[in-house]
Structure formats: C-alpha cells, structure tokens
Design a protein. Structure first.
Length: 249
C-alpha cells in the first residue's frame, strides 16, 4: 500500500495569520513539521498542500514539494484530498501544518492502524497533565468508548467532572489517518452543525455516523493556535535544539 503524508498549510489563520511561516528556533513552523514527517519510516511520499505562493516558495527553499490547492477548500482535510486525488495513495496521513513537535513514530502508528485494522479513519490523543489545558477552548478534548472509538471531540471541558472520580482526561492531537476510499467519502459529506459550532472538522465524520479510532500516545507538544502556544513551543524547542538560532519569518 502506498502511504502518503500530506501537510495542509493555509496562510489565512484567524488567530495567527501566516502562522506556518512564523519562526521557532531559526526555522519556520512548516519546516519543523516537514522535517518531523521525514522521520516516518513507513511513508512513501510527503506533500505540503497550500493556498499561498509564499508558503510554496518557503517550502521549495528547504526542499519540500508544495502543491497549490484552491481557496474553496472547506477544511484542512478537503485540502489534503485535493492534493492527492490524482496520485497513487492508499493510506493518507493528514499532518496539520501547525504541529511542529510531532514525531515520526506517531505518524507511523496511524499508518499501521489504518492498514492493519482496515480502518476508515484514525487519530491520536494524549493524557492531559495541565488543568489549564482541560479548561482551555484552544485545547480540543476527546472521549472514546471502551474500544477506543471516539464518542465526541470538544473545545469545552470534556467529560464534565461532576464527581471526584479518577478518570483520565485526553487532549486531541491534530493528525489523522485515512483510507483513500473514506477520504473520498469524507470530502463529499455536507459540513455538519457540530463541526460548524465547534470548528472541528473531525465532527463531520461522527455526525454522519462514521467511526474514528483514537490511539493514545505520549506527547508533550501542542498545536499552535495562539501567541501563547507559539511562545510555549519556542521555549520547549529552543531548549531541545540549543544550536538553533532565533530568526524572523
């Protein structure tokens, strides 16, 4: 099976315009994401899917292939499909362009799960350690059933802890694995009301009655949605990469 990683990277982020070009430890965020994708041992190909020539030029500068996609794409996953619809790809990982701390083994976990378990769609989550993350609308929470299929994703504190019951709390990680056939189905589905309300594209699948397998992994990083996320990532990654020099995007 051909395994392809696609990194959707649009310029017009609401909270941080052009965020994939912002600097962390001397590199733009999109370069960190691409280099992490290169760590996957199962991949056959990596593409960046973008709507902006500035991102395409920056990707070319560090050796990544970026394909232009149309402005009408409703979500990152729609952008992923536009990028792969004319190429040979059986299992596709949608690696969000604002996840610079992702690891290759996390990507490979999705490739394996989709292929070996014959899944339509899979994603990752990790334990919430910081109570601020549980309450933050910028951290997406996830609950799953006993077989690790998602019940819901939300920006609200989830589940609501009415009683002092020891229960693990999970945050969603912005990466998805798809079978090609289901990716084609996903982009044909109407945008759901919950997807619109929460601004979470994965809810489109749940609203339509499809299942999403959730794989629990260890992960201390976070997607970059706000200035605070950016500063936290800069501190962590500067410490992890002391030889890198600061710069400007």
């Amino acid at each position: 099976m051909k395994k392809v990683i696609v990194i959707p990277a649009r310029y017009g982020s609401t909270r941080l315009p052009g965020k994939v070009l912002l600097d962390i430890a001397g590199k733009p965020i999109i370069q960190w994401v691409y280099e992490r994708a290169c760590e996957s041992t199962l991949k056959d190909r990596i593409l960046v899917a973008t709507d902006d020539e500035r991102i395409q030029r920056r990707c070319a500068a560090f050796g990544a292939l970026a394909v232009m996609t149309g402005p009408e794409c409703r979500s990152g996953t729609d952008r992923v499909y536009e990028a792969i619809k004319t190429i040979n790809a059986d299992v596709i990982v949608n690696l969000q362009g604002d996840e610079p701390e992702i690891r290759g083994d996390m990507i490979d976990a999705l490739f394996r799960a989709v292929e070996q378990e014959r899944l339509d769609m899979a994603t990752l989550c990790s334990i919430i350690d910081d109570p601020r993350d549980y309450k933050s609308p910028h951290v997406v929470k996830c609950v799953a059933d006993k077989n690790n299929f998602a019940l819901y994703f939300s920006r609200a504190p989830l589940p609501f802890l009415q009683k002092n019951i020891p229960i693990p709390l999970y945050k969603h990680i912005g990466i998805y694995g798809f079978s090609r056939s289901f990716l084609e189905t996903f982009v044909s589905l109407p945008k759901g009301r919950l997807e619109e309300a929460e601004s979470l594209e994965q809810l489109r699948a749940l609203e339509a009655g499809y299942r999403i397998k959730v794989i629990v992994t260890e992960y201390e990083g976070t997607g970059i949605d706000t200035e605070a996320d950016l500063e936290r990532a800069r501190k962590r990654m500067k410490s992890a990469h002391p030889a890198a020099r600061g710069g400007v995007a």
